[in-house]
Each structure stands twice: as C-alpha cells, then as structure tokens.
Design a protein around this ligand. Structure first.
Ligand code: 13P
Length: 255
C-alpha cells in the first residue's frame, strides 16, 4: 500500500481579515513543532485578501504551513469582474486550491463542468486541487449519495493524467455535516472515502487511487479527529469552524 502523508487543511471561509489572519497563523505556529510538520501536512486556506500577508509571514518566519486558496477562476485573465485566476494564486506561493466546495456549488451555482475547468487550471499552474464532493441529507436518505459522489469525482478529475490524479486531494464533505455539529460517523466517512478511491481507480487506475489523498470534512473537531484519521481511506481533514481557532486547529493537527 502507498504511504500517504496525512493532510489537515483549515478552510477559513469568509472569516478573519488580514490583521487577524496574521495573529492566528502566529499563534498556530507557536503550538506546532518540527515533529508535527513531519507527520502531517498543514494547510491554511484564508480569504483571498489575507494571502499576501500570510505568504510574507510564513516565508519570513520559515513556518512550514502551506497556503491554500478557497476558489479560483479557470481563465488566466480577462474581463471577469471580481474573479481571481489560478495564475495569480500561484504567484503568491499558494500550494492548494479548494475547488467545488458545496457552498460554491449551492450558493454560487458552480457546475461539475466549472469545477473540472478550475481543477485543470489549478494543476496547470503547478498547484494541487482539493476537489470537494458530497451529498445532501435528502440524497443520502434517497439512497443516491454514492452515485452523486462518484459522478462529482469522475467529472472533477476528467482530463487529468493518471499522475495528476494521484497527486490531487479529494475532500468528501457530506453537506448535512457541514457547520451542523453533526459528523458522519467514522464508518460512514470510511465507506464513502473507500467509494471515492474505488471511483478514482476505475477512472485513473490503481496507482492513482493508491496515491490520491482523501480528506473528510464536516464538523471535524479536536474530539473526533482521531477516530476519523484511524479510517484506512481517510488521509486527512478539511476543517471549517474549528480551524478558525489556533488552539483547536493545533489540537486537530496533533490528533
Ligand atoms: P465545518 O468544519 O465548520 O463543519 O465546515 C466544514 C467545511 O465545509 C470545510 O470545508
């Protein structure tokens, strides 16, 4: 079996301006040490307006926390008022870009096709996509969760090489578990992450499936992270609310 380095990412969503962001990242870095960074890849995905400030602090203080963005546009440049391109993010030492978060799909109308174009733009600029997928409660109750997630994964990675798929990160975030305090039990999380790996194998082969890292997201807290990380197909977590607080996030990283 391939060794997959665990990856714990904080999705700050629309929280923390750049002043607060600097304080949070400094507090987080005081709590983490070399052994933590050797064991786990730590990523923080702040709002766009924080990226430049955090890049400067991380580089100046040599803090090995990786920067992620929460979205990007798939075009390189152009008349797209309000959008930010993958090219621009790559220039800020952004290593990861969350693509197709359920909030973007549900609130901003992103389709599987948009998501795939963004994934390809991210990869083209040397960054790693964190491709999000997940079902609603209605879909889970109707028994269509697995088909939806398989479809989102297949559409999301279309057009990538096998190696690019293997290097990607996929985040399984059941929508009913996001911000609700209700996590998927570790059995449900494991079952769907195994389905995702199986789908990756079907599309991109066993090597890519063995290498791709799959995160669970949805009300991850210091108290439930260990159980989730013990699942064989869960390689990390995408953390929303609990990543805003440096103490909680550090406890999650040290699961
Ligand atoms: P919460 O951890 O706040 O449930 O958010 C999960 C999420 O959407 C991360 O992307």
């Amino acid at each position: 079996m391939t060794e997959r380095t665990p990856i714990i990412a904080g999705n700050w969503k629309m929280h923390h301006d750049h002043y607060t962001a600097i304080q949070v990242i400094q507090k987080l870095s005081y709590q983490l040490d070399k052994t933590d960074y050797e064991r786990v890849e730590v990523v923080v995905c702040p709002p766009f307006t924080d990226l430049r400030s955090l890049q400067t602090v991380l580089e100046a203080d040599r803090i090995p926390i990786r920067l992620g963005a929460q979205n990007c546009h798939f075009e390189e440049q152009g008349a797209f008022t309000g959008e930010v391109s993958a090219t621009m993010l790559a220039k800020l030492s952004v290593a990861y870009v969350i693509v197709g978060h359920s909030e973007r799909r549900e609130l901003f109308g992103e389709t599987d096709e948009d998501v795939n174009r963004k994934v390809r733009a991210v990869v083209k600029h040397g960054m790693t996509p964190i491709l999000c997928c997940g079902e609603t409660l209605d879909e889970r109750e109707a028994g269509t969760a697995e088909a939806k997630v398989r479809g989102q994964v297949e559409a999301g990675i279309a057009g990538l090489s096998k190696a690019q798929v293997g290097a990607a990160v996929i985040a399984y975030e059941p929508i009913w578990a996001i911000g609700t305090g209700r996590t998927a039990g570790s059995e449900d999380a494991q079952a769907m992450c195994a389905v995702i790996r199986e789908q990756v194998a079907a599309v991109a082969g066993p090597d890519a499936a063995g290498a791709v890292r799959i995160q669970y997201g949805g009300s991850v807290k210091p108290g439930n992270i260990a159980e989730l990380m013990a699942c064989p197909d869960v390689d990390g977590a995408l953390v929303g609310g609990a990543s805003l607080d440096p103490d909680d996030f550090a406890r999650i990283v040290r699961f």
